[in-house]
Structure formats: structure tokens, C-alpha cells
Design a protein around this ligand. Sequence first.
Ligand code: MN
Ligand code: MN
Length: 458
Amino acid sequence: MERDNAWKKYSESDLEKLEKINRDYRKFLDTGKTERECVAESVRLAKEAGYRNLADIIANGETLKAGDKVYLAYMGKSIVLFHIGSKPIDQGMNILGAHIDSPRIDIKQNPLYEDTEIAYLDTHYYGGIKKYQWVTIPLAIHGVVVKKDGTVLNIIIGEDENDPVVFISDLLIHLAQTQLEKKGAKVIEGEDLNVIIGNMPLKDEEKDAVKKNIIRLIKEKYDFEEEDFISAELEVVPAGKAREAGIDRSMIMAYGQDDRSCAYTSLIAMIEKKEVETTACVLLVDKEEIGSVGATGMQSKFFENTLAELLDRMGIYSELTLRRVLANSKMLSSDVSAAFDPTYASVFEKKNAAYFSKGIVINKFTGSRGKSGSNDANAEYIGEIRRIFDKYEVAYQTAELGKVDQGGGGTIAYIMALYGMNVIDSGVAVLNMHAPYEVVSKADIYEAVKAYEAFISE
Ligand code: MN
Ligand code: MN
């Protein structure tokens, strides 16, 4: 069956709301180009909406009750928000979970070198990228440098109009005969993603004069030494702001929309909600792109621990209550889908593909090679989601990731399903997923907010 294009149904007031949401969304993308920046911005927005830091509540020995709104940021890279509902929490929560890490190029721990009077930073890419897409474009450096005394320096180079950018070179076409015979995966290799950061020598220096000048500049401008790269997390990302795309301005082109398109829409649905019956929870996590590992990834116990702390502050903590809350919860694992691309139609199965502007995409399963590694949501749960989306007039569509045997992917859904809760993947359709600049439809951003709002309203 065919789904309608959502643009056709919009009234003037819909279009006004749609444009506002998308303007704010672009701002979020510009402010949050790393998981750390996304957490900082989420904390700011949550506080503005009356959310309080759970860590303070624990430290002050305060208690929590229905109507209270709290957040907890974990290691600055993941965040969980709760809005306590009027119904007993052991009947379960409505959880929206998305990830805020995106594919990028990380700077190595001993990165700085000079070759033929060009200074470079050596890198190790993060997540699944087509390496050849990341050369010859303006890049920015975002992240932190932590000094031995614990001082944390926040670094952003390449975003301000007056900032310089950095870049990775590619071979000129005139000399690329051998390179172009290579397979796509080998045209640019991981070890060749070397970021060029300078070419000016320090006067009166013989050896490594360009590198020495860079070290001098870093000390002067950012107040750290070469050795401090050891305890730094510096991420190289495309420079510049999110843009409207298409002459009709129907789309948004920007870095990091997998999965910040779902993270932002989930967050907004949550913090703009005035009252809830069922306790609502938003979970924005790190490390999804490398398998949800690490202390700030979904496989970490931090979410469960935070929930235990919440129950404790509500005066009802027990191991059994914790298990019941988790098992009775329902979740939308908010993650993006591959939008059908007519130019590459052969990898999609048209009846079960996601399309631009047809609303939020529900994926019963993800995975690859026979659903392997997927969550595969229950039909009963999907029935309930259909009922909710129809009740709130949310445009939605169902899809799977490309043709059977064509490839695949995963999300955080299967990890939360380990608690025995109902989970389904649902999110925004994205073109050029994992490319430096990804594209979404504004209509789908609007429908995602509506869908997430509807979900936490039930
Ligand atoms: Mn994703
Ligand atoms: Mn991804």
C-alpha cells in the first residue's frame, strides 16, 4: 500500500510550526556537532524547560514525586531525562532513545608531524564512512583537551567565519590514473586521512620548523602542549552550518543528522510536554556508531543505574521495582532510516523502502543477512503504535534497510529489548547517510516531533 506525501495535508498553521521546528533544529545541529556538544545543549534546553539535575537532588537528599522533571548527564557524552507521570512508575515508562554520536574522523593520541614542510594531524576514523567523501572539503576540529591537572579545554576551530578551516588532500585528477583503478574502499585509505593544519615555518629553526610553529600557535592560542594530545578527544567534522536544501527549501542538508534528527525531535517532544500520565524518559546516548560500547554507550549500565537512583529519590527503590519498571516500559528507538534514492533504486525494495516526506519511518527489524542482530518488534506492539499515530494524525510509513542480502545495520533497540520491554525502531528518512552532509525532508522532522509527542502522551 502507498502512503501519502505529508506536504499535501499541511494547513498554514502546520507550515508555520514546521518551519519553526526546522529552524530550531538547524540551530541544534550547528551547536551540537559532537556528542559532548549535544549533551551540553540538551542540558541547556532541559534546564530552560524546568528540568533539574538529578545529581543535585541526590546530593541534597531531596525527594521526587509525580510532575517532577529531572536530567542526568553522564561523563558529558550521554544524557537521560525523566518526566515523572501521575501513574505508578512500575506500570512502565514511555522511552524515546536516540544516539548523539555521528561518523567522523578522530585525531590520534600522538598526531602531530611534519612532512615536506607541511604540518599534519594523523587520524583514525570513527564509525562507517566512505573515506573518499571526506577529502578536499573544509573541516573543523571540535573537542576537548584535558591537561594533567584536570583542566578541560573546549576547542572549536573552523566554525566561526573568521576561523581558518583544515582539510585532507586528494590526488589531482591529472595524476590519478592508478588511484582511479582501485576499488572504492581503497581509493582513499584510513591511514591516508591526514589532516593538513599548516605550512608556515618558525623562523631560525632548522628541523621541523612548520610543526614547531604549530606547537607555538597551539600554546599561544589554546594553552596546551604537544603532549596534551594524549588526553584529548578531538573530532574532525565538516565545517559550516546546516543549510536549507532544494530551491523549494523543502530539505535540510547538514552534518550529523544520523542520529541528531531523531535526538533533537525526541528531546523537543519531551521538554515541551507539560504533563504526562505515564512517566516519560528520553535517552540520548554515545557510541552507537561503533557498537554502543563503552561507559557512555547503550550497553553501559548507566541508564539502569540512573533509573535506580530515580526510584530511590521517589522512595520506592527495590530490585524488583526496577525490573518491573524496565520490563513494563515501551520504547521508540529513535534512529534514522535510509531514504529511497531513485538514482540507486536497485538496492531498495520499493514496497518496503522509506521515502522522503512520507512521515516517520517504523522499522519492525533492522539487522543484516536474515535479520541477524535485530530487535524484531512484536506485532502486538506495532498494532499499538499504529493506533497511537493514527489517533494523533501522525504521517508514518514502514520500511526496512534496503533489499534482503544487500547489507544492513543496527541500532540501540536490541539492547533495551534485553530488559524484556517492547521496543521498535522509528525515525527520520535520510539521504546520503553517513556522508559529510546528510539530507532530510523538513516534513519528516515535523512528523517525527508529532510522533514522539504522541508516543509520550499515551
Ligand atoms: Mn543511527
Ligand atoms: Mn549510523
